[in-house]
Design a protein around this ligand. Sequence first.
Ligand SMILES: Cc1cc2nc3c(=O)[nH]c(=O)nc-3n(C[C@H](O)[C@H](O)[C@H](O)COP(=O)(O)OP(=O)(O)OC[C@H]3O[C@@H](n4cnc5c(N)ncnc54)[C@H](O)[C@@H]3O)c2cc1C
Length: 614
Amino acid sequence: MGLFGGRKTVHVDSDVLVIGGGMAGCGATYESRFWGRDKKVVVVEKANIERSGAVAQGLYAINCYMGMQWDENKPEDHVRYARNDLMGLVREDLGYDIARHVDATVHMFEEWGLPIMKDPKTGRYMREGKWQIMIHGESYKPIVAEAARKAATKVYNRIMVTHLLMDKKKENRIAGAVGFNVRTGEFYVFRAKAVIVAAGGASHIYKPRSVGEGMGRTWYAPWSSASAYALPILVGAKMTQMENRIVLTRFKDGYGPVGAYFLHLKTYTENAYGNEYESTWYENTKAMVGDYVDRQPVPTCLRNHAFLEEMKAGRGPIRMVTKEAFQDPHKETVGWENFLGMTVGQAVVWAAQNIDPKEINPELTTSEPYVMGSHATCSGAWASGPEDYAPDEYQWGYNRMMTVDGLFGAGDTIGGTAHKFSSGSFAEGRIAGKAAIKYIDDLGKDTPEVSQDEYQKLQKTVFQPLENYSVGRNEIVAGTVSPSYLLPLHGLQRLEKIMDEYVGGISAHYITNEPLLTRGLELLEMLKEDLHHLGAEDLHQLQRAWELQHRVLASESVTHHTMFRKETRWPGYYYRGDHMKLDDTDWHCFTLSQYNREANEWTMEKAPVYHIVD
Ligand SMILES: Cc1cc2nc3c(=O)[nH]c(=O)nc-3n(C[C@H](O)[C@H](O)[C@H](O)COP(=O)(O)OP(=O)(O)OC[C@H]3O[C@@H](n4cnc5c(N)ncnc54)[C@H](O)[C@@H]3O)c2cc1C
């Protein structure tokens, strides 16, 4: 029995297969059960849904709540807000669909035991900002996970999904997925009638600010490894807005959140000399993006832009003025608790660096770019919209179905819908779950079939890094360097360097251009060739190997999209040095890509942006 012969294969049959048990995956599971009482709903998660995904550590605020019961906001208001923040380009049909359902989702969270802070005078949820409500959210994820666990037929924890499976009878139709148990090494073949991908966003595709032993400290969850994009990309699903990576202004070194500071504590920023600086860059920004700079609130990327320009002008560091607010004991408590609920590391950094925000105004910095679809950015899969609201061109089947039949998505996975956050991701999961059940009911007896030949080949591919390591391990020449294999960490560092230097990362001041992108693509291609020689010492490293594979494919997509959009639409997120202005005449559109696995080719196209809300 060799490496492959002795490995157990576990077959799992399901109606709905949910990949990733984070916020969107839990929502999808809950709603699939609601509409599909008799259906087999299976969740597969690479960690443990109890504490997995970007909400693992907890949150201090729910960032997407309309407050329709108190007439605070309407769904249309949220569409206008997201459209403005994303410089005009959002899928208004999808955004509206989430906004009209998100309040009901938050009310369920409260019913399930999530403590939401209330204004004692009005009884309303306490607002941090126009869209945010404050929670005691340390246990947010376990509360949500409990609902999903009760709804699911079975949750398979500790299984990383590496590939989707296609139907052997019908072209472009999904039939399941494969993966491996990261603890036991068993190979899993999941057969499904519909698959919902809810596998989070992508960190660590760009070189992070934190290096060496601190490398794991990034703003977005370090375990968000781009599976949400790579899995659909590999089976030919179209992606949209992958160039729309996000850069965050955060407290330096700990990436601590600033939202509650700005919105609730009413703190503000200044340069090293104590001066306000955003107005200094008004004319410069206006020359690049026109009237978008006059919109309220000022789009997130443009605020980053002023920050970056001020730093380049030599007047950094930029600081958050906390000294005034922290004189108020209540605000001081809120300031610290804000970290304890979701980013304890920031409090530890301040303690370690002798920073008491009552005495010293802490430094801010801009993060490396991340790719995701649920925050102030909208990279992800191109999905069909709601029947009652989406224009014809955005509708080819079931709500949140991608361009592959039976393949659905939610949360960070789906593109074009910024500002959904934790609550909107769960709500979108519910939307996808409901649609997936309808799709299955409509299938009737015409059910998909997986090909044994396909999954057996994939089994060999999936475990190949273990084989590479065991064959080549005696050739190590310098501790961990081998002439015959590449370790996942080395591959990751190579990827991050390419993306950083060629595709607009921190060391290039987020600037790129066509020659840089062209070279970046060549280097990514060379990296892809070497990935056949990844070596994994154990199952943990095997997981790292597949996370790297997913990150590389998503990075390639980002690079193609960045090359295609010949303008600078979001200064402060990235710049096309050869097209430094926003160009609404040619680029007020979505960018779409499709990967052909057999030919290893990408095709790019434009899709129209429909403004449905006035
Ligand atoms: C630092 C930070 C602060 C935030 N602050 C707020 C806030 O204050 N308020 C707010 O409302 N929102 C906030 N958000 C946003 C919110 O966390 C996300 O919008 C939400 O978690 C996205 O949901 P998702 O299901 O798409 O991804 P996730 O919740 O990240 O879930 C993805 C899941 O997929 C699993 N997975 C990944 N790959 C695989 C694979 N190959 N196989 C199997 N499983 C896989 C992961 O382990 C994970 O469980 C914040 C996010 C971050 C990172």
